[in-house]
Design a protein around this ligand. Sequence first.
Ligand SMILES: [Cu+2]
Length: 511
Amino acid sequence: MLASTLLASGLCVALAACIPSGVSLPRQPGSLLLPRVNSTSSTNTSVCAGNTASDRSVWCDYSTSTNYYDDAPDTGVTVEYWFELTNTTAAPDGISRDILSVNGSVPGPTIEANWAWEGVFGGIVIHGPATADYDEDLGSLFLNDWDHQTADALYTYAEVEGPPTLDTGLINGTNTWSNGSVGTRFATDFTSGTSYLLRVVNAAIDTHFDFSIDNHTLQVIAMDFVPIVPYTTDSISIGMGQRYDIIVNANMSAVASDFWMRAFPDAFCSDNDNSDDIKGIIHYDGSSSTPTTTGYTITENSCFGESLESLVPFLELDASSSAAVSNDLASTVAFNDDNIFKWYIGSTSFLVEWDDPTALQILNNDTSFSNTSGVIELPTADEWTIVIIETTLAVPHPIHLHGHDFYVLAAGYGTYAAEAPTLQTSNPPRRDVAMLPAAGYLVFAFQADNPGAWLAHCHIGWHTSEGFAIQFVERYDEIAALYNRTELETTCKAWEAWQSSAGLVEDDSGV
Ligand SMILES: [Cu+2]
């Protein structure tokens, strides 16, 4: 059994009443890991004057109209969370297998903070203003695919055969299996007349979900970390790594007292043996019956995601119509000499050099980045970069960029050159994960306003592990000063020592 402890700390650039320093989260007892519905930490979610059920747009002296890129509240409070990662066994759907737990639970404990934070696997809830009112915040709602073998075991298959068909899926870390004979469904209680905020996260390894609640309308108010002009829909099409904040009104008591919540794998890009049974339950007003409701007919079958027209940032910001740097990167897949799948973006199949990572190279004034490090340099402050990623293969990709909310200027089918799309620079969708459609193109832009070495990559399992990643080294000259050299060197040495003692071989991209 492996156990290690991680400390996540950061400056909580937030308003009064951040989480007190030195909070240690309780470890859940027993071997059965429980799904987490709401946070158990001590944060008060309504710390700011004005942020009430009838006035969610206000957050102390700030609001949804605040330009939070320029004007971030700062209390100078530092928050620390300690995490113990443990290899153990658990049975989220009633079938036992190896898992990695965080403080004894899966998903890990929710980190809560107030404007603004970024981070690790497990829930991170950022309290702040919202573009529509709701009564209660139910916290994170995780959608996962699930297999009775581990991701590492499946990788052996994926790297030679392609993505495996997965067994099933989980909602907030739990589900039943084998027609309900084992396991437990996620369930939550609604009170009639109350409105609820759900923070939906697609944390799957290889599944694009259509999420819905029978008979209910979803009001979408944020994508990733960006508040949007609210719109309503019966279901949301959510790619891996994407997040949507939705408000659900408990106004269906006349229809039934129990409703199914469904996470349906989009069959166009997601192979699953239990697609129709990845479900949770909404109970109304104390009922505990099994729902008999019928799901919406989902017409989306392309893994395209929500339409770009629906996703209008509330804080209106424009992208530059011209960029100093433009990259047109083809993505493709090929067998290497060992008949193992490798993904390429541009000419690169990414391969981390664990003993000489990019950040350490930069601190050592080394500029000789290898081809497999996929570095694109952006040296000039505040210049705009436009990135075009295209593919001729009928495989969609969720593209994630670290360090930025990027501006989605266009996405569609066909080649960029042939389609010559009009780029939307006037308040385009702004987020950090966008879908590259199957046999299509994605165009996004960002401004070099955040020095660092920032990875852009596809979903980890298995495209990124097979090389689908590049990195932007943004404002090289300013990066070293932002690092704690001692901490970086110590961490790299500790990793090397552990890698060597554990006999760990880098058999994928190393990400
Ligand atoms: Cu991909």
